[in-house]
Design a protein around this ligand. Sequence first.
Ligand code: HEC
Ligand code: HEC
Ligand code: HEC
Ligand code: HEC
Ligand code: HEC
Ligand code: HEC
Length: 344
Amino acid sequence: MKNLKLINLLLIVATSLLLVNCTTEPIYPEGPAGIDGVDGIDGTNGKDGATGTTECATCHNVGKSEAVHASYLFSGHAAGGAVGYAGSRASCAKCHSNEGYVDYVTTGVTTDYENPTAISCKTCHDTHTTFDFENEGYDYALRSIAPVQLIADASYTIDYKGTSNNCAQCHQPRRSPPTADEDGNFAVTSSHWGPHHGPQSTLLEGIQGAEIAGTLEYPAVGTASHRTGSSCTSCHMGATSGETDGEHTWIPTSTACTECHTAGIPNDGNGATGIVEGMETLHQLLEEAGILNGGHPHQGTYPIVVAEGAWNYLLLLEDASKGAHNPKYAKALLNNSIEALSTD
Ligand code: HEC
Ligand code: HEC
Ligand code: HEC
Ligand code: HEC
Ligand code: HEC
Ligand code: HEC
């Protein structure tokens, strides 16, 4: 049904453009010969018509539509694992259900939802805000590609200047790194403490880690090569390598990596050097310090450096890229946390 409607719309646009288009020839058919038997004078040529619908058809064609729907089935967004519970609660729904996100983007307010539905095409896509693609770029009819002011730090706004802003709206942390009380401690009050599952955009930016001083320096904010030379959409939605990746699967595609990593993906795709081993070491130290229990935050009051180490561990764990999003920042957070906790 949807497709039919769209095709109809496109036909209407196409027909209207045709009317403007064929003005290079006289519009009227040849009339009957005049009474004196002599033809009239030819009319002057019309002005060239505006560009036709060819450009629309690069995105709007049946093959593309089928490919998008097919690849979408492989995505975590379609799976919507957490939608039932998180999708219905006002505090979670803006990232976890279609209804919550749409309300959030259009009105800034979310409520509780009785029958929330999973993220779908119409969650992210709505209507075109521009057709002046040449001057204003493609908007892909996305509901929002505006810069994103962080939930955890309203003083910071992430702006990828493009479609990746769509991602940062949901893939951002919900809390800030711990700060010390007057005794130099921090109280963990919930077993759900931590940045929450989606800190990918802030890691890519190189912010929101607990920056413990140590041997490795923290790179300047916003300078990671993966931040300046690629993007959420280029790595996760780029052209498929032929495997099940890229496009609307959101599984990173190797075609996006080999543009820079001409010799192949570093570490065979296992993330940044030393991250996996380092995470095991840090995990062990945090279990010993008591702040983690079976991998989960354990309520209690801890020296700030222990809480900071735990924050960094949870941040890298929840980011789930094994440091790939920002290798230098991830390595510095991990290394300096281990150093601080080993000598503590
Ligand atoms: C700022 C956006 C945001 C908010 C608000 C948010 N989440 Fe999430 N949540 C995410 C993202 C993004 C993921 C997926 C991250 C990933 O897979 O790496 C996620 C993942 C999860 C998962 C794991 C899902 C799975 O299938 O593995 C659970 C459970 C969850 N969230 C529960 C909640 C609950 C409960 C709340 C409210 C108390 C909440 N979330 C609020 C963004 C958010
Ligand atoms: C989580 C957000 C999200 C959802 C859900 C989503 N899209 Fe997209 N879609 C995007 C973004 C972002 C882009 C632009 C990608 C880019 O910049 O390369 C896009 C691009 C597209 C394009 C242009 C693709 C191309 O290759 O030129 C089409 C068509 C499209 N989406 C259709 C759909 C359909 C149909 C669905 C549902 C099956 C859907 N989208 C679901 C975010 C989404
Ligand atoms: C770069 C890709 C792209 C181009 C070029 C493009 N569109 Fe779209 N358009 C989309 C996406 C993505 C959607 C939303 C998902 C869907 O409906 O497939 C959409 C949705 C639409 C819709 C339905 C939503 C609405 O606005 O009510 C219409 C109509 C539409 N486009 C018309 C056009 C026309 C006309 C052109 C050419 C002037 C055009 N589009 C060019 C990507 C594109
Ligand atoms: C409306 C909020 C929202 C938007 C917008 C959004 N995501 Fe997500 N994303 C989520 C949630 C929630 C999940 C977890 C789904 C689940 O498991 O329930 C998720 C899952 C994912 C996953 C899969 C993780 C897994 O565990 O399989 C990837 C990769 C991802 N998103 C990347 C992106 C990218 C790239 C963009 C931008 C084009 C984007 N997302 C836009 C909310 C969003
Ligand atoms: C340089 C390429 C690159 C960029 C840029 C990038 N990612 Fe990733 N992302 C990856 C890789 C590689 C992984 C690890 C995938 C794996 O191990 O399966 C990953 C993992 C993820 C995951 C976890 C997937 C899972 O299976 O749990 C999410 C969610 C995600 N990225 C979202 C984003 C978002 C949102 C952005 C933009 C803020 C982004 N990514 C930018 C390459 C990239
Ligand atoms: C714009 C160019 C560019 C693209 C695209 C790119 N990378 Fe990188 N990548 C770099 C540079 C430069 C470095 C080294 C500097 C750094 O760590 O930031 C790097 C570092 C890495 C590292 C750390 C290596 C180590 O030994 O610690 C990993 C892992 C990585 N990239 C994976 C990927 C993956 C996976 C993709 C595709 C999904 C990708 N990169 C796409 C430029 C790129």
